[in-house]
Write a protein that binds this ligand. Structure first.
Ligand code: GTP
Ligand code: MG
Length: 460
């Protein structure tokens, strides 16, 4: 096993709970001396003699100095998170006390863990594959029900299982091809090319479904950036405030109130939306600051995942709106048309803008049509609904490897269509297996691993 690679045998220590004052703080030790180090500080009982998966209350002290009264939980290798000996010390949550305990562990031979090092060891000891380990980081960072559900599913191996299936089929076929090569003289075909073509088509379909899931997976993990764009005084800041339920942005009847962009996050039905209020866009302004604001608004417009084009229904004509739609279509923006200040006369305005079927009419000030707008936002992002049961790709590294896999599969398909020889086909298949292995960590190099785990927090 790779467990001892590069001096892995040392014992690491870190605070596993958040920095700062809390009711308790948990210090985690992992490595061959983890339990011995905890035992040497724990004077109430001999921790070296206790069974795995047991918790013990007692006094922690170093030499004659009392450190804390704490609970120590013992996990013996290999039945622990990392696969190594693990001791978890739940102490009182004073940063000073916790730091003293950590320092005492270091004096006894432990060293401070690097970010993600516990999970990295779990991976190296075969406790989880790389995709699962990465899902642990996502789970720690998750902030909505949907992102949590996706991370848990992937941590438990949802994504990995989907890949494993693909991999097994490929290996089966490549074994048959290799066999053919052994009998090259005899010109036999063990691997049925028709059957393989079907298999490869299935593989590509599955790969593309996973690739496709990335846009939703990414949304669930990182949220959707929505820029509220429109002319000055359309009510953009009012809408932001209404959606947030607080007076975040300054609202006034003076055109050009908002200068800088304002970003706030809301959670609608478990999805995160990053709303950006922008300066009203007008062509002629002599105000230097306002024109910088307009430039920023234009930038947000092109960066956003979705644009809400907000306009005053009393001010904009249907012809003006058609011009805007043309411009957006030309720039290939995803947008929602929202007519504001419809207040008491929604019906009349519906007729005025009947040429725009997807249009919504609201009153940001009187809070009308806001629920419809929220529904529409969710719908636009998650066409077909959000099904967290489905396997979703949420990681850019996986997405890129899947793209490479997709290309490699296309190579195999071309090869099959051109009846290339078994040895060339075998190379293309090995390429496919390589990209699959990159995702789950069968094929990695140490630099890459260090990079992936460095993005974790310390203590995880
Ligand atoms: N009647 C009515 N007035 C509204 C509505 N929404 C906003 N207003 C008013 O329109 C004016 C402009 O609102 P803001 O929210 O500041 O508009 P804005 O689009 O952010 O304007 P800039 O920041 O200048 O680009 C304010 O006086 C609001 O009270 C609405 O639904 N109905
Ligand atoms: Mg504003």
């Amino acid at each position: 096993m790779a467990a001892n690679r590069g001096g892995w045998d040392d014992t690491i220590v870190a605070l596993a709970t958040a920095q700062g004052i809390g009711a308790i703080g948990v210090i985690r030790l992992s490595g061959s001396n983890a339990i011995a180090i905890a035992a040497s500080l724990f004077t109430s009982k001999d921790l070296m003699a206790v069974a795995s998966h047991t918790a013990h209350v007692g006094i922690l002290q170093e030499n004659a100095q009392l450190l804390d009264e704490a609970v120590v939980t013992v996990f013996k290798a290999p039945r622990s998170y990392t696969g190594e000996n693990v001791a978890e010390i739940s102490a009182h949550g004073s940063p000073f006390v916790l730091e003293q305990i950590i320092q005492a562990c270091i004096r006894r031979g432990a060293r401070l863990a690097k970010p993600g090092e516990f999970t990295q060891r779990a991976f190296l000891n075969g406790k989880m594959d790389l995709a699962q380990a990465e899902a642990v980081a996502d789970l720690v960072a998750s902030n909505t029900a949907a992102s949590r559900a996706t991370a848990i599913k992937n941590m438990r191996g949802g994504f990995s299982n989907a890949l494993l299936n693909l991999r097994e089929q490929l290996i089966k076929f490549s074994a048959l091809i290799e066999l053919e090569l052994d009998f090259a003289e005899e010109d036999v075909e063990f691997a049925d090319r028709h059957e393989f073509t079907t298999l490869v088509n299935g593989l590509q379909l599955a790969t593309r479904q996973l690739l496709h899931s990335f846009s939703l997976g990414n949304v669930i993990k990182n949220g959707v950036q929505v820029a509220i764009i429109g002319r000055p005084n359309a009510g953009k800041s009012t809408l932001l405030n209404t959606l947030l339920n607080e007076n975040r942005a300054i609202v006034s009847e003076i055109a050009g109130t908002t200068r800088d962009t304002i970003e706030e996050v809301i959670n609608i039905e478990g999805l995160l939306f990053r709303l950006v209020d922008t300066a009203g866009i007008r062509n002629h302004t002599s105000d230097v600051i306002e024109s910088i604001g307009v430039a920023r608004a234009m930038e947000k417009r092109s960066q956003a995942d979705l644009v809400i084009y907000l306009f005053d229904v009393n001010e904009l004509s249907a012809a003006d709106l058609a011009t805007v739609v043309n411009e957006f279509t030309h720039e290939q923006l995803r947008y929602l048309l929202v007519g504001n200040k419809a207040d008491a006369s929604i019906k009349q305005h519906k007729e005025k803008f009947s040429a725009f079927p997807g249009l919504l009419l609201i009153s940001a000030k009187q809070q009308q049509g806001i629920d419809e707008l929220k529904n529409k936002l969710v719908e636009t992002v998650a066409a077909g609904g959000i099904n967290t049961e489905a396997t979703l790709v949420t990681n850019t590294r996986h997405y890129e490897a899947l793209q490479q896999l997709d290309n490699a599969i296309s190579e195999v398909k071309t090869g099959l269509a051109q009846h290339i020889s078994g040895d060339l086909l075998a190379i293309d298949i090995r390429n496919c297996l390589h990209y699959l292995g990159e995702i789950t960590g069968e094929i990695t190099n140490e630099d890459q691993l260090d990079y992936i785990f460095s993005k974790f927090c310390i203590g995880k």
